[in-house]
Design a protein around this ligand. Sequence first.
Ligand code: AMP
Length: 381
Amino acid sequence: MSQVILPGATIGILGSGQLGRMAASAARRLGYRVHTLSPDTDTPTGHLADREFTAAYEDLDAVTAFAQSVDVVTFEFENVPSATTECAERHAPVRPAGRVLHVCQHRLREKRFLRDNRFPVTPFREIPDRAALDGAIDELGLPAVLKTAGFGYDGKGQAVIRTEADIDAAWQSIGSGEAVLETLVDFDCEVSVIAARGLDGAFAHWGVVANDHSNHILDVSVPDAPVTQPVRERAVEVARGIMESLDVVGVLCVEFFLRADGELLVNELAPRPHNSGHFSFDASVTSQFEQQVRAACGLPLGSTELLRPAAMVNLLGDLWSAGEPDWARALRDPQVKLHLYGKREPKPGRKMGHMVAFGSDRDDARTRALAARAALTDTGI
Ligand code: AMP
């Protein structure tokens, strides 16, 4: 294993948010140094990094200096331009490779990849311009969702079209650019599989996670989702197939819609640790962040075994609307773990932190997590 990057070496993280912060924490525990690059200063990742480079991703001189200062590059932000990863690849291995980002950062490229490789994907049509939209609606039917092709997340750049009267407003609201039209899926629930693949092709996964969204943003995640064994096996098989087809070295999350008849449809891929895998930081033998570091460095993957039933709730900036949340009251339950990302400005919809609660079973864990969050505010948001 000549390609192993041993503890003591430096890991470079492109992006500087909470995903990088938790990866940096895992990397430091393993004895690595961490550098981060993003356009921002005083960042969640920068707080834990040895060195914070502040530069635009398009500033290739800065990207060169960053990549030359590290032994391997990974990322926590997937909308990094291809020119940036290509530049970094000239100086250090980039894991997962830039071409994985290239596919996953653009909804049309991602959906074409899934369709062409026969993975189950939400029915969609490509919308290069307004003229294409009417024909696509005739083919797919309504209701449907119109999404921008690039740079969308957490429901941003999306509009639901329920009747023909909604079409023009939807087109304008997403910015009138290249788009994708999808069937509005009538799903039973949303689930995800977070998985890791090592440099040697080893595969590990954290099972199926049940996810609830609120206003298109992840709200609650509970590992070991109560799905049937065939659904569990199928979801993991799809995740494994996707990672092998893309030759991913690192962590990848597959978000699915699960229909009442048991059919799974891939909604989105994220080639990095994912919000729905945050429970693993506290509740699994190896977290998704440690696994990202192990994979990037060519170390063996760790066990993904769930230690105890757990549930995660997100803490959005909305919780600060009536002042600082009451952290002490939420932590009165000793089974609750608090993670705050060190962001100074709480804004509505902004992910500020999360909590993980343990319980006797998944329902108990979920109830405790929700109760802890309710305890943060008088209103109990
Ligand atoms: P996305 O940013 O594409 O992951 O979408 C965010 C959330 O919007 C998803 O987790 C779903 O709750 C909802 N959503 C997105 N696309 C669809 C769809 N085609 N059908 C039903 N719900 C959707």
